[in-house]
Ligand binder design. Sequence first.
Ligand code: PLP
Length: 380
Amino acid sequence: MKTSTAAAAIPNARPFLYGQEASAITAALRSGQYGHTDTTDAFEAAIAAFLDVPDAVAVASGTSALHVALLAAGIGPGDEVIVPSLTFCASVQAILATGAAPRFADVSPRTLCVDSHHVLDALTPSTRAVVPVLYGGRAVDLADAEPALAERGITVIEDAAHAFGSYAGTRRVGATGKLTCFSFGPIKNLTCGQGGMIVPRSPEEAEKCRLLRGLGIVESPAQRAEATSYTVDGFGLRAQMSSLNAAVGLAQLDHFTETQTARKALWRTYADALHDVGGATLIDVDIEQSVPHLCAVLVAARDRDHVFRTLRRRGIGVGTHYPPNHQQPAFATWSRPLPVTEGVGREILTLPFHQHMTHADAEHVGMELGKAIVEAEADR
Ligand SMILES: *Cc1c(COP(=O)(O)O)cnc(C)c1O
């Protein structure tokens, strides 16, 4: 007999539009130019200004941001790239796309991010890059590992897909001098529909990224429109950001102060609601500094699946971000024991987190989570 799964009344994640996105897309459609256009240039400039950095390079997705940034940093076959296993599979696929191998690292059970010692523990003579993932939106501080990384010429490439808008100290993530990659996918802090952005470390690196995202063609799209020919000067991907996506991103960025306020407030409501929920440990996102992307808790492994099913049945769209990558069939070649990640993989529960939710919704989810845990314990 088939069991029917009730549609989640509160989905796990959902884009939030402010209204102007539709007219922005209509204007971009009417212009008749859907590739990288001056709208994409304007979005790059707006993001650079927002982050207070000299330049930013728009690409088709967060995954292509990582792929292009890794290639621009010279990563390729024979190289190893340290990455936490506890991330979206995109982080790993971007590494594999360069021909390099992922070297999976464990994470802190408190933040689900790598600390310096996790990175240092994972170093091998083949390590050429480290991709810290800013899980939930919090900045990752690798200051203690940086001297050792710099000495070996290892590049840090931040996977800041969760962390657009968050602060690292007094600067926004992306503005601390590291090669940084953002995702503007459907459910990220800011959405373009699909899209990504690279913050390069130098004008030379920006140039490399632009060549790589545009099929290796030297001339900018605007220059090409005027020229009789074009020059292909190296490997390149079709990874530019369409004007349609850039238009959506520009409209979203206009409202980012609201986004920031709403996401922080929702996370704080959850933190309050979960205070008295026994059996659920909240993952800390450093809420003062961060624009949170999600709200995750750990629930005893023996109860997690039971709690997950109960909440889904009651219309609460819980998730499990993320099933560890070193346990995925595609990445088995690079698997190694990662005790914290493996434990977290069995305990993680991500609660619905998006701007359509009211504070009452978050309180309701907190209460239902508490009830579901009590029920799971009684059913054991
Ligand atoms: C979303 C995400 C990506 C990939 O971004 P896309 O825009 O979906 O390609 C990479 N890493 C993490 C941690 C993500 O959450």
